[in-house]
Ligand binder design. Structure first.
Ligand SMILES: Cc1cc2nc3c(=O)[nH]c(=O)nc-3n(C[C@H](O)[C@H](O)[C@H](O)COP(=O)(O)OP(=O)(O)OC[C@H]3O[C@@H](n4cnc5c(N)ncnc54)[C@H](O)[C@@H]3O)c2cc1C
Length: 393
């Protein structure tokens, strides 16, 4: 009798593996649908070893692809719902200054998407740029506009809030438990460092560890894990680029300055320091992140800051670490497992997934429940990859 009760307690409707932003929102959505849900995290929460930690992330509708812009239309509303439910502020509007070679595909893509989707924006000219954005030098031949709906999300706070709401809805959150095995079947068996659980469905949202977890289910996806140096740069005069002075977030499209985007957030979390990063990094094993010491991205940033942000000291004052999990086309993976439709995968957020957290949670919940997803998920299907390695279980 005691044994049966013990086993019974460990059976859930759904188990979500990984309590980063995507797993936490998925678990919260499942709990909202009154599903008995277990969210498992390998580290002690909160932690700084994955992709969702840190105080801030950028939220924007400016995207080269319409699909993301459409998803963010709903995304803003879902962030606001969570703020209301929890009574906590998670979003601060700052606007996003987009700059880039006026004739480049990337810059045109961003601008067209906003125009087409009637997202409020202000186009700046070389003549009035300085008046609106002091202390930034616009490169010759660069265009500039501001997506006025963009801003900052308070990332660490958001994770704490969504996990708290999940628990309030009756969800079970277990940290310090690493998933060490997954046995597919009509009831999926999940073994961790501390116990064995069963569920009708499992969602894998393991961030940079996605392929390590997926190995237990017989597939490997073409995901590249890269370490990002999260750099903070000191203002020569404190508050020059401060959020309170209405300095916006910025994004520089690829061009002569850099092969990939450079992006920045106004000084906010650390007094006098502005976060500016390069949207690319060097490959790493997620368990060996600190052994990746490549700093070529910092050289690119240093050169850019020297020329274009004269109010900053061009030497990072603080360097933190984070990881991207990148797909070949930089689009997410949101799909059922090719062999088991009760295993759902959310992976490969390619360094731009945080803002979508509430939408991803909703979509992964819909896939788990066998519902028709709210958006066309064909760009996110696993079948688009040529190289899904099937490994024996
Ligand atoms: C420097 C930086 C800046 C960024 N800026 C932005 C931005 O401005 N805007 C934006 O939208 N996005 C941004 N992103 C991207 C965004 O943060 C990520 O896309 C998002 O956090 C990915 O979340 P995740 O839940 O997939 O991964 P993670 O947060 O890594 O979560 C996965 C979790 O799974 C756990 N896990 C893994 N394996 C196991 C296991 N075996 N057992 C139990 N648990 C396990 C991990 O410990 C981890 O907690 C940025 C990312 C970085 C690194």
């Amino acid at each position: 009798m005691a044994d049966t009760e013990k086993t019974k307690k460990k059976v859930y409707d759904f188990i979500v593996v990984g309590a980063g932003v995507q797993g936490s929102f998925t678990a919260y959505q499942l709990a909202k649908k009154k599903k008995k849900t277990l969210l498992i995290e390998q580290f002690t929460l909160p932690h700084t070893r994955g992709s969702s930690h840190g105080q801030t992330r950028m939220i924007r509708k400016a995207y080269e692809q319409d699909l993301y812009t459409h998803m963010m239309d709903e995304g803003y509303g879902l962030w606001a719902t969570l703020e209301r439910e929890a009574g906590v502020t998670l979003y601060r509007r700052t606007g996003l200054l987009v700059m880039g070679p006026e004739k480049s595909q990337s810059y045109i893509g961003f601008k067209n998407s906003l125009e087409k989707n009637q997202i409020p924006m202000v186009v700046l000219t070389p003549d009035n740029f300085h008046q609106h954005i002091p202390n930034v030098v616009l490169a010759d031949g660069d265009g500039a506009f501001v997506d006025t709906t963009a801003g900052i999300l308070y990332a660490d706070r958001a994770l704490k809030v969504v996990q708290g709401q999940f628990e309030k809805l009756g969800g079970v959150l277990k940290d310090q438990e690493k998933v060490t095995d997954i046995k597919p079947g009509p009831m999926v068996t999940v073994t961790t460092s501390a116990g064995v659980y069963q569920a009708k469905g499992v969602v894998i949202t393991a961030g940079p560890w996605a392929n390590k977890v997926l190995l237990h289910t017989g597939i490997q996806l073409p995901l590249q894990v890269v370490k990002i140096n999260v750099c903070y740069w000191k203002e020569k005069v404190e508050d020059t680029y401060h959020v309170k002075k209405r300095f916006p977030c910025f994004l520089l499209c690829e061009g002569e300055e850099a092969k990939d985007h450079i992006y920045g957030l106004p000084s906010n979390e650390y007094p006098g320091l502005m976060k500016i990063c390069y949207h690319s990094g060097s490959q790493t094993d997620p368990d060996q992140r600190d052994k990746q010491t490549d700093k070529s991205d910092i050289d690119i940033l240093r050169r850019y800051i020297t020329k274009h942000l004269p109010g900053l000291i061009p030497e990072p004052a603080v360097v933190e670490s984070c990881m991207y999990t990148v797909t070949p086309d930089h689009h997410f993976v949101l799909d059922c497992h090719p062999a088991y439709d009760n295993i759902v995968i959310g992976a490969g957020f390619s360094g731009h997934g945080f803002k979508f957290g509430p939408i991803i949670g909703k979509l992964l919940c819909e896939l788990s429940l066998g519902e028709v997803p709210s958006y066309d998920l064909s760009p996110f299907r696993i079948a688009r990859f040529q190289t899904i390695i099937k490994s024996p279980l």
